[in-house]
Design a protein around this ligand. Structure first.
Ligand code: HEM
Length: 331
């Protein structure tokens, strides 16, 4: 009898405790029990806005399993970025091919004089080619992250793709350092010749001499080259800053900040690549005599007069005052 009375007291106590807990708990706890096996992933996301658990390792951030912003980011990475990148790069390639077929190479209209003038020093060329080499490897290894899985993986298979991707990732990480140094040096070396001025307005109005056969005057860098310069400086700074944010996860920002960094990094990178395709075109098959400037460091005097007359006059005035070392007879 005594034990029956104890049982009744215990049952009433438990019932009262249950009532207190259920009336004082948070509303979400009333509706769902996150550990119940019948709870659906979608329901958890709706209620809690993210799915998070407890982990036994020191880094508690790794306990986040799902966060809705990640879905938008994944959509951007797998769909939007591929479209923007594809259209920008293939678009510019198509424009260049059409332009080349219609206009052909911009010829040296007055022919070669046989005398050359120094355009870029050995140091300037070294910096240019170091930056350019890094850029090309960074571009290929970066594009592998965006397009490798749908385009390359089906062609070369899983084994080869994972091996290649691993090396590409190492290259991407390590070459970011000399690339960043190159961008800083380019900024410092050529800032003097790349401040926009009145001559640029006239140059643009006259189509830069590329559209048509005009030769609008220009100092050391024309408006087109200044555009490339600023794309390199601003684009380089943006990809470097966001790239380092991604290379050292959680040091600079949280997961949302890194998603934003990845979006900026990848969009700037694909537009940067598209712009550089145009630069490479004009520096090689697009214009007669241009490559020599970065190859040997000298250009024909007639090339300098046709494309950079004001710079040529300045250089002439400068070297006229000193013993002539800049202008030499070509071999
Ligand atoms: C195969 C690739 C490349 C070729 C053939 C090339 C060629 C050239 C040439 C010939 C010039 C001198 C133009 C002149 O004398 O006026 C030049 C200048 C320059 N290059 Fe490149 N380049 C390449 C890649 C790059 C890359 C990847 C970057 C930067 C990421 C870059 C940045 C620059 C800059 C800032 C200038 C000075 C401004 C200008 O002339 O546009 N180049 N390049």
């Amino acid at each position: 009898m005594a034990s029956f009375a104890r049982f009744i007291r215990l049952a009433i106590g438990a019932w009262a405790l249950l009532l207190v807990i259920s009336s004082s708990g948070p509303s979400s706890a009333q509706q769902i029990n996150p550990t119940a096996s019948s709870v659906k992933e979608q329901q958890l996301l709706r209620e809690l806005n993210r799915i998070e658990g407890r982990v036994s390792i020191p880094d508690e951030r790794s306990g986040v399993l799902e966060q809705p912003a990640g879905r938008e980011w994944r959509e951007f990475r797998n769909v939007t970025l591929r479209w923007v990148g594809g259209v920008a790069m293939l678009g510019i390639l198509a424009v260049l091919v059409i332009f080349y077929l219609r206009r052909g190479m911009v010829r040296l209209e007055s022919g070669r004089s046989g005398r050359t003038i120094v355009r870029f020093t050995a140091f300037e060329r070294f910096v240019h080619w170091m930056t350019a080499t890094c850029f090309i490897v960074l571009a290929i290894s970066g594009l592998n992250v965006t397009f490798g899985r749908p385009l390359l993986l089906p062609l070369i298979g899983l084994e080869a793709f994972s091996e290649w991707s691993q090396w590409a990732k190492y290259a991407h990480n390590y070459l970011s350092f000399p690339f960043t140094i190159g961008v800083v040096l380019i900024f410092l070396m050529w800032i003097g010749g790349n401040i926009p001025n009145k001559v640029d307005v006239d140059w643009i109005k006259r189509g830069g001499g590329i559209v048509g056969h005009d030769h609008p005057p220009a100092y050391r860098f024309n408006a087109g080259q200044k555009t490339i310069y600023w794309i390199v400086v601003v684009g380089g700074a943006l990809v470097a800053a966001t790239g380092y944010e991604l290379m050292f996860p959680f040091y600079i920002s949280d997961i949302e900040g890194m998603q934003l960094a990845q979006m900026v990094h990848s969009i700037v990178a694909v537009l940067f690549i598209a712009a550089m395709l145009a630069h490479i075109y004009i520096g090689t098959i697009g214009m007669e005599g241009a490559f020599e400037a970065m190859g040997t460091g000298t250009v024909d005097i007639n090339w300098a007069k046709e494309h950079h007359r004001l710079w040529f006059e300045e250089e002439n005035a400068r070297t006229d005052a000193r013993p002539r070392t800049a202008v030499t007879a070509a071999e």
